[in-house]
Write a protein that binds this ligand. Structure first.
Ligand SMILES: [Zn+2]
Length: 252
């Protein structure tokens, strides 16, 4: 797995780039604005079904068990992350929030913190769910071109009160991480607002390479909606570079 973003590395990547072993193509091309991203498991099978039940069937009690799994993911950071962090769930756009009635990332973060208060009582994690705002409804990117998707997610986030995150260490929480474009955009908004560092924890990691190698469809119908190409194709390299570097340009 990539040491920064947790994406699956394939053997040829490791062999061809011994000097940067341990990092995926995207993280080598443009290092992400977060220190490290961790996940509990893969976005597949029962995990996928459980996340669907929570988000789309609005089965909120599912968040109890999933929150404990998220706590296990966060605990992977215990040895290296700061002793005190603000926990910021990736927000939904207000229209999406109104439609669903709750933000699954906030719900999962709350249950995870409950578990971590018992397992890691010395770790000072404070939920700050109104810190980050989603200015644009980028959750459903189906039907957009790759360029439209990049632009869509780039200016999607803003920090409501920069003084609240200034010099703070942030733990960003979401349910799913696909290519990391959403996590990068959210982390960048926090870093620009003065955050000292941003760490990322999600329940499930969607595997692009894995999907591609199995010859299955590379679309993610309800993940971040990022474009997926064969990971080693020249087009994928160019696309990865443009996706990630585009986020370093000023927001509009
Ligand atoms: Zn990576």
């Amino acid at each position: 797995m990539c040491a920064r973003c947790g994406d699956l590395l394939d053997a040829p990547v490791l062999e061809s780039a011994p000097s940067s072993a341990g990092l995926c193509r995207a993280c080598r091309l443009v290092p992400p604005p977060f220190v490290r991203a961790v996940a509990f498991g893969l976005y597949q099978d029962r995990m996928k079904a459980a996340i669907h039940a929570l988000k789309y069937d609005r089965l909120q009690p599912a968040a109890h068990g999933l929150g404990r799994m998220l706590a296990c993911a966060i605990a992977q950071l215990a040895a290296e992350a700061p002793a005190e962090m603000l926990v910021v769930p990736v927000p939904l756009h207000r229209l999406k929030h109104a439609e669903r009635g709750f933000n699954q990332a906030r719900l999962l973060a709350a249950y995870a913190l409950e578990a971590l208060r018992k397992s890691h009582p010395e770790w000072r994690l404070t939920l700050a769910s109104s810190t980050l705002m989603r200015l644009r409804a980028t959750e459903n990117q189906a039907g957009l071109t790759p360029r439209q998707r990049r632009l869509n997610v780039r200016a999607a986030f803003s920090v409501s009160d920069p003084a609240a995150v200034d010099s703070k260490h942030i733990l960003l929480i979401d349910d799913i991480l696909t290519t990391g474009a959403t996590a990068r955009a959210a982390a960048l908004a926090l870093v620009r607002a003065g955050a000292a560092s941003v760490w990322v924890a999600t329940l499930a990691r969607a595997r692009r390479i894995h999907e591609f190698r199995r010859g299955a469809s590379t679309s993610f119908e309800d993940a971040e909606g990022d474009p997926a190409l064969p990971p080693d194709s020249p087009a994928a390299t160019a696309q990865a570079a443009s996706i990630y570097s585009s986020q370093d340009q000023p927001s509009f």
